[in-house]
Write a protein that binds this ligand. Sequence first.
Ligand SMILES: NC(=O)c1ccc[n+]([C@@H]2O[C@H](COP(=O)([O-])OP(=O)(O)OC[C@H]3O[C@@H](n4cnc5c(N)ncnc54)[C@H](O)[C@@H]3O)[C@@H](O)[C@H]2O)c1
Length: 442
Amino acid sequence: MKITIVGTGYVGLVTGTCFAEVGIEVVCVDIDAKKIENLKNGISPIYEPGLDDMIARNFEKGRLHFSTELPSSVNDADVIFIAVGTPPDEDGSADLKYVLDVSKTIGRFIEKYTLVVTKSTVPVGTAKKVRQAIQEELNIRNAEIEFDVASNPEFLKEGDAINDFMKPDRIVVGVESGKAEEIMTRLYKPFTLNGHPVIFMDVPSAEMTKYAANSMLATKISFMNDIANVCEIVGADVNMVRKGIGSDSRIGTKFIYPGIGYGGSCFPKDVKALIKTADSVGYSMRILKAVEDVNDDQKSVLVNKFLNHFNGNVRGKTVGLWGLSFKPQTDDMREAPAIIIIEKLLAAGCKVKAYDPVAMHESKRKIGDSIVYSADPYEAIMDTDAQFLLTEWTEFRYPNWYVIKKLVKNPVVFDGRNIYDRKELEQLGFDYYCIGVNTGKK
Ligand SMILES: NC(=O)c1ccc[n+]([C@@H]2O[C@H](COP(=O)([O-])OP(=O)(O)OC[C@H]3O[C@@H](n4cnc5c(N)ncnc54)[C@H](O)[C@@H]3O)[C@@H](O)[C@H]2O)c1
């Protein structure tokens, strides 16, 4: 079977590489010529653990190809996955421009039966629009070519994407025909041999499943942040509360860590898009609107603690930041809380120094040289008035506080991920703030 993946980003590149890994011939197509050129030279556009080796291996074996030529890649494929971006439109709904552009090209160039699969996160009804866009182009060509459209939303997590793809909790596939179901069953067989299930359903349900999954996870995070904020006021410790509720198997331990708000390329835009979809059919998603509200406020929590600590007198202070990416193990800074925190610190007249193990190039691309980038974590906090932990990378988990105490101008730690030991830090003479614990400070 030959497959073409259109869009070679976080999802398309991982999907294409993992399919090639199990022996399928894959072409990854992108309009970004530089990205494709780099990939041909073994340079991956993203940081994803294990991906570089897998790309190199499959490229060398001749199973994984990279191209900017959509027409030739389309007419040769048995299955075409659409994995282009679906960024938020001005009103928050998913912008389907890229998905529909690709669909038109598919309609212009397919020569035989093709299964077209949307892997991008798209609202209910998109498969219908994809079908229509392809059919219109076929009509212009007077071509009678059979095709199917299926929905196969992706659930990979950046930072653990290969594992998620190779050993998925589940694969969700929405189909309209027995033929499409049979092809998708064959395609995913190598990934399901160990019992990982493919759940077949109708197309609208598959499209909705992705939004419901991300919205549920975002809800857990905002719920816990809300609980954390009340804990602080009433004198409870959210770390204890988290353990207490997480041991209930109905609740579970995952996604109940309080912090500085969710970010990334998916949760913020998918929550927005689902709210918009519901609004457009006259239904208000009250819970999700509150989830967004809590999340927006949560990105300010750490800066507010910092302002309070210095009684608002922060102009000219230097702040050292550890972590820029929206979570560990990725260089993705889309909607990262760090961006908002940096904006607020700069607006308050502070100087910002930062270190991140992999996201500094991405940060430079996004916010330029408005902050100072440091070569290592200790350099980033040298001579600082305050130290912020924003992303819980492993290398930040066990710092040498004795060294830090000597390096900083003023020892005060704002722990946005609750990973440090308050008692230890206070004994060493640090002021310590975290999320959801009343540390007795202002
Ligand atoms: N990033 C994630 O963790 C994740 C997880 C699950 C689902 N998704 C969804 O998958 C989709 C893709 O996300 P991503 O993070 O991989 O995006 P991305 O921005 O990393 O990649 C999209 C790629 O598509 C390319 N592209 C755009 N128009 C094109 C065209 N006409 N022809 C060929 N290539 C084109 C872009 O150049 C880019 O390289 C989105 O809908 C997203 O919501 C993302």
